[in-house]
Design a protein around this ligand. Structure first.
Ligand code: NAD
Ligand code: MG
Length: 297
């Protein structure tokens, strides 16, 4: 298979997915996803863009976070991985990829909706990696609900605690440990700008993540720490079949994008690498869309 630099037609670079009906409990596993997602295992070629950096990535076991972990390791970074204990199997397959790239992998399972765990996550990552230069706040939950009258307060709270409260706890714990040149990268979503009617709680957290990124970017700019976000469009990950979408939307997932297909996690990694590296030195408080043509406003 060609690497990420080979010129080719983006419409056919990855297949238009033939997605069978499927459901997993939350959090979904990549190992059970049908068809399998592509995290760049066969295609991502590094070139020393993050040599010697130390990165913490939440939700690094699967989907976008897994693709970012593989790319960071191949660019020369050591990686601490956050994920839920139920995802150990997925996490171990990414550990193998990081170690095959000759880098250190640190596994840190736990629930980031808990503030004390977030502090422990950051402290342990910095201790085990002997520093912390990059934090990727990528973990998130998405459970569809078609009617606000059926959307429970428990779900509303849990989505906010995981998607945005944790981002605050983790950033706050990490910033005092980060040197000048360090970067924070948050995972927002096209949902911040074009919310689906069935993702009220999720889309609201993604709007908050965009505002948090703009504001924290400004606040930390004079300190030499940059803060940016990536806003993905429809990407084929275990988030989607684990109640991320109603079944009728799941089987056609991504086809509405102008590129005509769902994106693969591998297609997200280069944006995170760019924002993590010194190449993006004048970019902060910014959101990069990776949406298959659905574009940010
Ligand atoms: P994913 O399921 O592979 O990754 C999400 C990860 O979040 C899980 O692997 C899990 O480890 C972690 N997580 C969830 N709840 C947690 C908790 N309480 N404690 C610790 N970890 C927890 O799916 P993904 O699509 O790769 O999601 C990654 C990010 O991308 C999420 O923030 C998601 O909102 C965002 N995103 C995804 C899409 C898409 O279409 N897949 C689009 C826009 C944004
Ligand atoms: Mg996972």
């Amino acid at each position: 298979m060609a690497d990420q630099y080979s010129m080719q037609d983006p419409v056919t670079q990855y297949p238009k997915l033939d997605i069978p009906e499927q459901r997993q409990d939350e959090p979904g596993l990549d190992s059970k996803l049908e068809p399998k997602a592509d995290h760049g295992e066969e295609t991502y070629r590094g070139s020393g863009r993050l040599e010697g950096r130390k990165a913490l990535i939440t939700g690094a076991d699967s989907g976008i976070g897994a693709a970012v972990a593989i790319a960071f390791a191949r660019e020369g970074a050591d990686v601490a991985m956050g994920y839920l204990p139920a995802e150990e199997e997925d996490a171990q397959s990414i550990v193998k990829q990081i170690e095959a790239a000759g880098r250190k992998a640190v596994t840190l399972p736990g629930d980031i909706s808990d503030e004390a765990f977030c502090q422990e996550l950051v402290e342990t990552a910095a201790r085990e990696l002997d520093g912390l230069d990059i934090v990727v706040n990528n973990a998130g939950r998405q459970l569809f609900c078609e009617d606000i009258l059926e959307l429970s307060s428990e779900q509303w709270r849990a989505t906010f605690e995981t998607n945005i409260f944790a981002m605050f706890y983790i950033s706050k714990a990490a910033i005092p440990l980060m040197p000048k040149g360090a970067t924070i990268i948050n995972t927002a979503s096209i949902q911040a700008y074009q919310p689906s009617e069935s993702l009220l709680d999720y889309a609201s957290t993604k709007g908050a993540i965009v505002a948090f990124t703009h504001g924290l970017g400004k606040q930390l700019a004079p300190k030499g720490i940059r803060v940016n976000a990536v806003a993905p469009g429809p990407i084929w990950t275990p988030l989607q079949p684990s109640f991320g979408q109603p079944m009728e939307k799941l089987t056609e997932f991504g086809q509405q994008a102008p590129i005509g297909r769902a994106g693969q996690p591998a297609e997200l990694a280069p944006a995170y690498v760019f924002l993590a590296s010194q190449e993006s030195s004048y970019i902060t408080g910014e959101v990069i869309g990776v949406t298959g043509g659905q574009h940010l406003p």
